[in-house]
Design a protein around this ligand. Structure first.
Ligand SMILES: [Zn+2]
Ligand SMILES: [Zn+2]
Ligand SMILES: [Zn+2]
Length: 333
């Protein structure tokens, strides 16, 4: 992005930042600058490529007119309050800083004119467990995909099973998408985020991620419910946590392992063009098997089958792949 090392927008404390934005006029100024911003404007394209410092500010009168405020003296005061952190003064006018864009984008992503929703609807995808049609619904900013027949992979918060996944999705993601398109978009959006976590970069704040890897020593899952020791269906759990913004994701090793380059290469060699951030990850994960060979120190064998062969991965307590060999697939172990 274009924010440089001399960007003065880094110096405001969070308390001050909230205080500055807790005013309707200032908020409208940020929104107006965002509405008047044209990414396709040739000057913006040039500026983005950093060829030279193009001056593309919105003039005071343009901005004043867009916001539709009555008192120009008072308007100027509010504009000054935003300047440096959320708004930058250019030679010809004003523009949003990166912090200003972040505010505008999060508001745009979280609010749409109509409250989008859809009731439970069947889509043209099949449950990886049993082959029955998948149904999706959207509630409280989350998309849930479930199997119409079997117990799925998880229980939802109400203890109902059949769930294949529940992922957060901003309302903007539903605008102009059919439930089926939303289903694929929610997977792309969230699996990209998971991939970023697995790669050690928080997708929400760019902070450093701590990973913990837990293997239940005495795993006893009951039908449909969780294990009485770890309260999970799956024996291994990878948890990624950002220590800065407390963003967290958790999931079984059989999903996280699909980001490993040895797996991508194995699939590719068998004619499967696997993209992690897609529904294919869920379909393939259903066939991935894990076997805990030892618990102290932890040693897990993960078997990834494809086209009559299997990739056998040895995973240690750090979740590092310490060995990878391809063998003829001999079925369940
Ligand atoms: Zn099913
Ligand atoms: Zn974070
Ligand atoms: Zn357990």
């Amino acid at each position: 992005m274009t924010a440089g090392a001399d960007d003065e927008s880094t110096t405001l404390s969070p308390d001050d930042a909230f205080a500055v934005l807790a005013n309707e006029t200032r908020f409208e100024i940020v929104r107006a600058l965002w509405e008047l911003y044209e990414p396709e404007d040739p000057a913006n394209v040039v500026k983005f490529s950093n060829l030279y410092d193009a001056d593309i500010g919105i003039t005071f009168s343009e901005l004043y007119e867009q916001v539709g405020y009555e008192d120009s003296g008072n308007f100027n005061y509010h504009l000054e309050q935003l300047t440096d952190h959320f708004v930058r003064r250019t030679e010809s006018g004003y523009e949003l800083t990166e912090a200003g864009f972040e505010v505008a984008r999060s508001v745009v992503a979280g609010t749409v004119r109509e409250r989008p929703r859809f009731d439970t609807v069947e889509i043209d995808e099949r449950c990886p467990q049993c082959g029955a049609p998948v149904v999706v619904d959207y509630e409280n900013h989350h998309v849930t995909a479930s199997c119409s027949q079997c117990t799925g992979i998880w229980q939802d918060a109400d203890g109902d099973d059949g769930v294949l996944f529940t992922f957060p999705f901003p309302p903007t993601g539903l605008s102009d998408r059919t439930p089926e398109e939303a289903f694929h978009a929610v997977l792309g959006y969230n699996l990209q985020r998971i991939r970023s976590f697995v790669d050690g970069v928080c997708p929400d704040c760019s902070g450093e991620v701590d990973e913990s890897f837990d293997v239940c020593a005495t795993h006893e899952p009951d039908d449909g419910g969780g294990c009485q020791h770890c309260h999970r269906q799956h024996r291994t759990e990878v948890a990624e946590r950002c220590n800065r913004c407390k963003s967290v994701v958790r999931g079984p090793l059989t999903i996280a392992i699909l980001t490993h380059p040895a797996v991508t290469a194995f699939y590719y060699d068998h004619g499967v063009d696997h993209r992690f951030a897609s529904w294919e990850t869920f379909r393939l994960a259903g066939a991935v098997e894990e076997a805990v060979l030892e618990t102290d120190p932890v040693r897990i064998r993960v078997t990834v089958p494809c086209e009559g062969e299997s990739l056998e991965l040895a995973v240690d307590e750090e979740r590092s792949v310490v060995d990878a060999v391809v063998e003829p697939f001999t079925g369940r172990n």
